[in-house]
Design a protein around this ligand. Structure first.
Ligand SMILES: C[S@@+](CC[C@H](N)C(=O)[O-])C[C@H]1O[C@@H](n2cnc3c(N)ncnc32)[C@H](O)[C@@H]1O
Length: 294
């Protein structure tokens, strides 16, 4: 197996040869080197969503890169365009829309599970979330689910937003929520847990532009110390924040609903303040007229 540093150099050199944007301009290769060096000398299965080139060009730069640096890997590529011209004995491409959960499920039932899944497809938030939610169960224990260019969560052209970033259901939101998922065993509320799927993820590595979720081997899991402590903490949490539970659940279910509710409350409050202010102004005029009259 090469050293991490040599593998990074290899990814860089081969990536440039293949014209892969993972290296230029994105410079993700040091991050891939951190996590994928162990795969070099072994057979495994890698799936990448998004072959490249769209309908205009052949694409396939990253599939070439992976097939060169992982000589024993079986490589699968999904795209909405037919890319079978790239198929070899170790590269197989399929026309599958990553936003279609049924098509994804049919695909993984036949070809999964995978050691590594990389989402470098449409970069639209709903497609990315459909793929993540549908495919993460098909990553083997110890394997990776990689989200490339997740910063598109901040850009309207991909159906994201910077202004409304805390009120949209985006990959960035789920990367943040995966901290809660990793710590599921320490969450007190079963209702809150029910909104957080047990993906079996135990590691989250977030780099500029690319994030790695790693499935656990179910080895070590944090636990709440004992039943008495648990009961006490549940009670305290209820006492402090129980009154707001319904709004917390609404928010976690769909942060966008809260944005609408907050806006409606704000509009109603402003209208009420205006009504009170104009009523006070009328009262002041009447009072001063009364004073003058008396
Ligand atoms: C950024 S390119 C992929 C680049 C490639 N992974 C690489 O590193 O060389 C994105 C690809 O995703 C494909 N794509 C767009 N929408 C898709 C969808 N809904 N499902 C699957 N693939 C999609 C496009 O056709 C395009 O070829």
């Amino acid at each position: 197996m090469p050293s991490r540093k040599n593998f990074e150099l290899q990814l860089q050199t081969v990536g440039i040869e293949c014209g892969c944007d993972k290296v230029v301009p994105h410079e993700y290769h040091p991050f891939y080197a951190n996590h994928f060096v162990d795969y070099v000398d072994r057979p495994f299965k890698l799936l990448e969503i998004g072959v490249g080139g769209e309908g205009r060009e052949v694409g396939g730069a990253s599939l070439m890169l992976w097939s060169k640096v992982f000589p024993q890997a079986q490589i699968f590529g999904l795209d909405i365009y037919d890319k079978t011209v790239l198929d070899t004995d170790r590269i197989k491409t399929f026309v599958v829309d990553q936003g279609d959960p049924v098509a994804l499920s049919v695909f993984v039932a036949e070809h999964g599970p995978f050691d590594i899944i990389i989402d470098d497809g449409s970069h639209k938030r709903s497609d990315q979330l459909t793929s993540l939610f549908t495919l993460i169960a098909s990553v083997v224990p110890g394997g990776y689910y990689v989200l490339e260019d997740y910063f598109t969560s901040y850009w309207p052209v991909y159906d994201g937003s910077t202004l409304a970033k805390d009120y949209l259901d985006t990959p960035v939101r789920w990367l943040k929520q995966s901290i809660d998922i990793i710590n599921r065993n320490n969450l007190l509320s079963e209702e809150i847990k029910s909104f957080l799927p047990d993906w079996g993820v135990e590691e989250l590595h977030v780099y500029p532009g690319v994030a790695f979720l790693r499935k656990g081997l179910q080895a070590v899991r944090g636990e709440i110390p004992n039943a008495e402590f648990y009961a006490n903490q549940v009670e305290l949490d209820e006492l402090r924040y129980g009154a707001y539970k319904d709004s917390f659940f609404e928010y976690i279910k769909d942060p966008m609903t809260s944005l609408k509710v907050l806006h409606e409350v704000k509009v109603r409050l402003e209208a009420e303040i205006k009504r009170i202010e104009s009523q006070s102004a009328v009262n002041l005029v009447v009072d001063s007229q009364d004073e003058r009259g008396s």
